[in-house]
Ligand binder design. Structure first.
Ligand code: KPL
Length: 299
């Protein structure tokens, strides 16, 4: 398969690098990372080990591919979609944090857009090198649920590259469950400056669980079956499995970068308002992170 991975950050580079073991991959990213990959290839170490030679470019315009895997930050999705729309794609797959990315992609792209969730851990080490901090799994499928032969083909392509993949018929529920995890772990770890595992202990455990329960409540109001227990259980299992990792929002805050709070806590607050569900915990977390962002000279 010809695959474009749009967004060569830590996760995009890991996914692109793993796919390049089997497919023709073009990574779209920034320099100096792109230059280094073009010259010396991409090295993956940590829990997985690979040295691959995908094409790498800073210019994502006019690309033709069977599949575009979108891994940019949520707030860059619109720009990514407009750029990808200048080329020709058979399908697009969002592997991003937050809600609403698939809808944004579908506004601009003239191809089916699939939703995905991924639990692999990735850390940027230096240009041309990423570390796999955890082998997880990937689920993908139609963004409104159900099945599709094209989703099956994409799942087979990921499987051929030895990426553990489930083709799922219940992506809306999986996206909300992941959102519950992100609303609990990301802002709390970013504000408290702690690793993921710390949210399992008092006093942050109550705060994280309250954020996840609110997210589940909004999901149910939106017609998705997600119990409070399933949401808080997912938070506990992800925080346990990634206990020593720094969440993406904590990494953003530590490197003075804009966070994805709008697509995570902010989405829950806005959707809750539309559906008549009060979300005081997510509102407080979103406001506090946004206040931090406003006070910074962000990258
Ligand atoms: O997706 C994540 C993130 O850091 O953005 C979690 C699940 C919290 C793992 O760190």
């Amino acid at each position: 398969m010809d695959i474009v991975v749009f967004g060569a950050g830590s996760l995009g580079s890991l996914v692109g690098g793993l796919l390049a073991r089997e497919h023709d991959v073009t990574l779209v990213g920034r320099n100096p990372h792109v230059d280094r990959i073009e010259r010396n290839g991409l090295r993956i170490d940590g829990e997985l080990d690979a040295h691959v030679f995908p094409t790498a470019t800073t210019d994502g315009t006019g690309l033709d591919a069977d599949l575009a895997v979108v891994t940019v930050k949520a707030f860059d999705t619109d720009a990514a979609a407009r750029t990808l729309a200048t080329g020709s794609l058979d399908a697009a797959l969002s592997l991003q944090n937050g809600m609403g990315n698939e809808a944004t992609l579908a506004t601009h792209l003239d191809c089916p857009v699939f939703a995905g969730t991924i639990t692999y851990g990735a850390m940027f080490v230096e240009p041309g090198r990423v570390e796999c901090t955890g082998i997880g799994e990937l689920a993908l499928g139609p963004r409104d649920g159900g099945s599709s032969p094209l989703a099956d083909r994409i799942g087979t392509a990921f499987g051929a590259a030895a990426i553990e993949t489930t083709v799922a018929m219940d992506m809306p529920r999986r996206l909300w469950r992941k959102l519950a995890v992100n609303t609990a772990i990301n802002p709390v770890t970013a504000l408290a400056r702690v690793e993921n595992g710390a949210i399992l202990d008092p006093p942050t455990a109550d705060l994280a669980a309250a954020a996840a329960r609110e997210t589940a409540q909004v999901a149910r109001a939106d017609g998705v079956e997600l119990t409070d227990t399933e949401a808080t259980g997912a938070v506990e299992s992800v925080a346990t499995a990634t206990a020593a990792n720094r969440s993406s929002m904590l990494q953003d805050v530590e490197s003075d970068a804009r966070t994805e709070v709008d697509a995570i806590s902010g989405y829950v607050v806005d959707r809750g308002e539309e559906l008549g569900v009060d979300t005081p915990t997510n509102r407080t977390l979103a406001t506090t992170i946004r206040t931090w962002e406003r006070g910074q000279d962000l990258r």
